[in-house]
Write a protein that binds this ligand. Structure first.
Ligand code: 26Q
Length: 818
């Protein structure tokens, strides 16, 4: 083993790690597996966090601080070891201690499974928010389900996506602490009986099915901060008493069946993103999380402040991350009325002042609704409360929009025997937020316009952000050092400082160093690609990356059609001037979203065709990286030259991947959608490539059938026609010539006679012209690196610290812990 000189702190840590290996696994360093070494490191970090936790908890309690409860079905945390030791300011200490033990820190951190408890943007946003809240010393709890399986693991077989279970807990979870003593029960089904005694109603539940919710806490540290927050994960368990009864009456098998059914609730994360189906198990998950969380919140409040419930909104604010946790609203009403004895009006007043809501999508297929009969069967008491909320709402709406039954129906919580969750939020919450300026504009002028007109002051436009700790300090240490060498280190927590980097955008030496770091990151990614895909890619080519969920509105198909057009051009014109390009994709498709899965197959087939065609001499390479998630994103954002943010305008609420690429010096090729609009504002039009229809232009085209426009494009744009025809000519898949016909068909003829609903054909030409400009500009090195540096320097606004600052000033009103 290499001799490494350690200082006292490093020696102490080294001994600690060895001690953990021995006490936790009963092994010596020599016998320990690398995974054991990882766990031992995680446990030492956890110990340090726990020591701070006790103090932090006491402070919060003493100060009587208001707390935020961030309710979300998703927290896409990724790996925690590297980010935790970064936040503890101990990366170097760990590096040295591990080195002395014969390990590289960079290898050890890779052994951790991603905590992939989320689908995409909404879940990752929740994780970034927790980092910023904690860094800013604001007391906050994240609340979610402890899914035994997170988002499926994607394996590409013969070009097709297949799904495998994400067994993230298989080696245990070093970060969590079980809290069985804080378990609560959650009840489903049964009947509700109303009794009238002492002059008021009371409610009795009978034959309900009860499940235990057991919390696991993950402590969260901020960057160089004193306080510790936590992520509370609820796990479903069958009540043992029931099992014992069944067991004793000889029905052992039945008792285990019930146990399995109960535990199904926290078994697996729903893998649909921007899409919902009224599935019973999902509804049960929703009630399970919110009931457990609300019970816990009220217990905490009661133990500190007693029974004065009217003050609850001064001590707790509950944030609903999209409509998925909306049932927290009727659950709080239920407990205040049925268990704490408050009247409806008092309970309603408290509830309204406690909840805030953020919407993350305008896609109609993602707006949650539940069949009323199922809702009543599973949640009999909750449905009574929702019906009463709706009854009172309808009375009000008749006063403000008299006899406008169209509006009233659109705004109702219950209509056509369905429960509309967004309307329940709009009817209740004191604050409603959109996730970018454009998104909020669309909400207030379109889907939520009728509620907006009633009370404009409740609406907020707070643009999303990303934590700089994970998305540059941790994943791009070389660039972090380079920036800090010019403007000091404060920008990592004081995002406004980053702007000072603009001064160096034309500094030749700085440009060279910036470019060298990008190159180094590209070399590392090229190695990863070689290892995982067996494809040789040239780090000197443009790395053009589109990494995000696969969805028609995100338009991976537009990207592929353009790649086909470039390929065809090179085949026809081998001598044509061309800047070599590597197109990299990462994307998971919802398992039931057939068309999205077909687009993945198309990307892989096109990749095979192009990568193996000697005629183009390797000038284009196409790579599909399997199993895209937080950890792969960390490798991609640092290595990208071009960031593809090409959604149909008006459809991407914000996007946050766009911000991660920008921060790391990629130049965006994008539409005027979501936060891209604000990226343009920040970076200036010379440093971003904007193309395509604007949101109003898209909306106008979706109003009436525009087949003629599509026909004209098809007949006049020969490059596009050729690429489209390739989808059905058999050239891409000679063995199976018709597999892509569905894609061809929807683009040109549409599903319901509406062709090209996502404007792929309409935006094609503008996209190609923009890509040509990018290829040309990339060869002008001083121009290109000026743009890249300007992107990094202009991304301060997209720090989630700014987002949290805005949320706190406008909505939450939390005080930092001293
Ligand atoms: C709902 C019901 C049943 C099953 C699944 C779902 C479900 C799950 C996840 C619905 C939607 C989602 C995720 C939505 C999402 O990630 N939206 C993204 O949120 C980001 C953060 O605000 C934005 O940046 C993206 O633009 C938006 O698409």
């Amino acid at each position: 083993m290499e001799k490494v000189k350690l200082n006292a702190k490093e020696t102490e840590l080294k001994n600690e790690i060895e001690g953990k290996i021995s006490r936790h696994f009963g092994k010596t360093l020599e016998d320990a597996t690398p995974k054991m070494v990882y766990t031992a490191c995680a446990l030492t970090a956890r110990d340090q966090i726990m020591a701070r936790w006790a103090i932090s908890h006491k402070e919060v309690k003493k100060e009587g601080s208001k707390k935020l409860y961030y309710l979300s079905f998703e927290f896409l945390m990724g790996r925690l070891l590297a980010s935790n030791i970064l936040n503890l300011m101990q990366t170097e200490t760990y590096r040295k201690a591990l080195k002395a033990l014969g390990y590289e820190l960079s290898d050890v951190v890779e052994l951790e499974n991603d905590a992939g408890l989320g689908n995409g943007g909404l879940g990752r946003l929740a994780a970034c928010f927790m980092d910023s809240l904690t860094t800013m010393d604001l007391p906050a709890y994240g609340c979610t389900i402890r899914y035994e399986y997170g988002l499926f693991r994607q394996k590409i077989v013969d070009g097709y996506q297949t799904e495998l279970p994400d067994t993230w807990l298989e080696n245990g979870n070093a970060w969590e602490i079980a809290r069985p003593e804080e378990s609560v029960t959650v009840s489903f089904g049964g009947q509700v009986y109303t009794d009238w005694n002492d002059g008021h109603f009371s409610f009795r539940y009978e034959n309900a099915h009860t499940i235990i919710a057991m919390p696991y806490d993950v402590p969260l540290v901020g960057y160089d901060s004193k306080i510790v927050n936590k992520l509370r994960l609820w796990s479903a368990k069958a009540p043992d008493v029931m099992n014992m009864q069944e067991f004793n009456s000889g029905n052992y098998i039945r008792s285990t069946e019930e146990k399995q059914l109960a535990e199904l609730i926290s078994k697996v994360l729903y893998p649909e993103d921007n899409h919902t189906e009224g599935k019973e198990l999902r509804l049960k998950q929703q009630y399970f999380l919110v009931s457990a969380t609300i019970q816990w919140i009220l217990k905490e409040y009661e133990s500190r402040y007693g029974y004065d419930w009217h003050n609850l909104p001064e001590k707790a604010v509950i944030h609903i991350n999209d409509t998925h946790p909306t049932l927290a609203i009727p659950e709080l009403m239920r407990i205040l009325i049925d268990d704490k004895g408050l009247g409806w009006d008092e309970a309603w007043d408290i509830t309204r002042r406690t909840f805030a809501y953020t919407n993350h999508t305008v896609m109609s297929e993602a707006l949650e609704k539940w069949p009323l009969d199922m809702f009543k069967r599973i949640l009999p008491r909750i449905s009574m409360i929702v019906e009463e909320i709706n009854r009172r709402l309808m009375e009000n709406l008749q006063m403000v929009y008299p006899n406008d039954f169209g509006k009233q129906k659109w705004m109702a919580v219950i209509s056509d025997n369905q429960v509309f969750m967004a309307n329940l939020c709009l009817a209740t919450c004191f604050a409603v937020n959109g996730v970018s300026k454009l998104h909020t504009k669309i909400l207030t002028s379109d889907i939520f316009a009728d509620y907006y007109r009633l009370d404009k002051s409740r609406f907020h436009a707070i643009t999303n952000g990303i934590t700089f700790r994970r998305w540059i300090a941790n994943c791009n240490p070389a660039l972090t050092e380079l920036i800090s060498s010019k403007i000091g280190r404060d920008w990592i927590r004081d995002y406004k400082q980053l702007e000072r980097l603009k001064e160096f955008a034309d500094d030749k030496e700085f440009q060279e160093r910036f470019a060298a770091i990008k190159h180094e990151n590209k070399v590392k990614l090229a190695e990863y690609i070689k290892e995982h895909n067996g494809i040789d890619v040239d780090p000197n080519s443009i790395f053009d990356v589109q990494a995000k969920r696969l969805h028609e509105y995100k338009r991976q198909l537009l990207n592929v059609l353009h790649i086909l057009a470039e390929y065809n051009m090179l085949v026809e014109n081998p001598g044509h001037e061309y800047t070599p390009k590597t197109y990299i994709f990462g994307a998971k498709a919802a398992p039931g979203y057939q068309r999205a899965k077909l687009i993945i197959k198309l990307i892989n087939s096109v990749a095979d065709m192009i990568n193996n065609d000697p005629r183009i001499e390797g000038k284009i390479k196409v790579v599909f990286l399997e199993n895209y998630g937080v950890s792969i994103a960390e490798k991609l954002v640092v290595a990208a030259d071009v960031s593809e943010q090409i959604s149909t305008a008006g459809k991407e609420a914000s996007g946050t991947g766009n911000m991660k690429f920008m921060l790391n010096g990629a130049v965006t090729c994008g539409t005027l959608d979501g936060a891209n609009v604000e990226m343009l504002e920040q970076v200036g039009e010379d440093n971003i490539y904007i193309f395509g229809l604007k949101a109003e232009e898209v909306a106008a085209r979706l109003k009436y059938n525009n087949s003629d426009e599509v026909k004209t494009i098809y007949s006049t744009n020969s490059a596009l026609r050729k690429a489209l025809d390739q989808l059905i000519s058999g050239e891409i898949e000679p063995e199976n010539t018709q597999i892509f016909r569905d894609l061809y068909q929807t683009l040109l003829f549409g599903d319901y006679g509406f062709p090209d609903t996502y404007m792929v054909l309409r935006d094609f030409e503008a996209y190609c012209l923009t890509q040509d400009r990018i290829s040309k500009d990339y060869n002008n090195k001083s121009k290109w690196w000026h743009m890249a540096i300007m992107n990094t320097a202009s991304s301060g606004y997209f720090s989630s610290d700014r987002t949290i600052d805005d949320y706190n000033r406008e909505i939450w009103h939390l005080e930092p812990i001293k």
